[in-house]
Design a protein around this ligand. Structure first.
Ligand SMILES: *[C@@H]1O[C@H](CO)[C@@H](O)[C@H](O)[C@H]1NC(C)=O
Length: 200
């Protein structure tokens, strides 16, 4: 009987220690070593996060500069921009349609909203910062945030996926952009995007 009791109290102490360790681990310590309550370690399952997966999307991005209904408008430039061979300093906001096929008339699957800015003094390079907001199926309402360096005349440009929302929470990855059409008169272009994204 006595042996039983000491075993029970031993396992109680063990259990208590396990909880204490778990609790200590879940409470983030402030710099002074005291615990605080505004932050704690969470089990990913609590957010419904299961296994991280890799998805691939293929869309066409239509940058419409000319005509009556442009989806890309210049909003800023420097005094020297027009004298620059690369248009250094020009900033354009975009709300570009993303379609399933190469033609603008093909199915709309999302919009690319953000801006690009001419970021090269001696080379044609843009800083692109945009969200791909998807509009179809289960991805409707979810976004992928893209930021990167677009060396416009290169055949393939790689840019980073820096995050996302909805089905793309915790997203990371990259995109490959390839220009498929360029109208030198209007400035309109169609760019193929291959999107490789890790998400839950
Ligand atoms: C996408 O979501 C919006 C807002 O909830 C809704 O109005 C729209 O019909 C949805 N589109 C599709 C194709 O499901």
């Amino acid at each position: 009987m006595a042996g039983m009791n000491s075993r029970n109290s031993f396992s109680l102490i063990t259990l208590f220690s396990v909880f204490a360790i778990l609790y200590m681990n879940s409470v983030i310590l402030a710099a002074d070593g005291k615990s605080q309550t505004f932050g704690k370690v969470l089990n990913p399952a609590k957010l419904g996060l299961k296994k991280e997966k890799l998805s691939h999307f293929h869309v066409y991005w239509h940058d419409i500069v000319g005509g009556r209904n442009p989806t890309s408008i210049q909003v800023a430039k420097a005094a020297s921009t027009d004298k620059s061979a690369t248009g250094f300093g020009a900033v354009s906001m975009i709300d570009d349609p993303l379609t399933e096929g190469l033609e603008l008339s093909s199915k709309l699957v999302g919009r690319a909203q953000g801006f690009y800015a001419s970021a090269g003094i001696n080379e044609l390079v843009a800083l692109i910062n945009m969200n791909f907001a998807f509009l179809v199926g289960k991805y409707n309402g979810s976004t992928v945030s893209i930021m990167g360096r677009d060396k416009v005349l290169s055949e393939v440009r790689e840019m980073a996926i820096v995050g996302g929302s909805g089905l793309f929470r915790f997203a990371r990855g990259y995109v490959e952009a390839r220009t498929k059409k360029l109208d030198s008169k209007t400035g309109d272009s169609t760019v193929e995007y291959n999107i490789y994204v890790f998400h839950y």
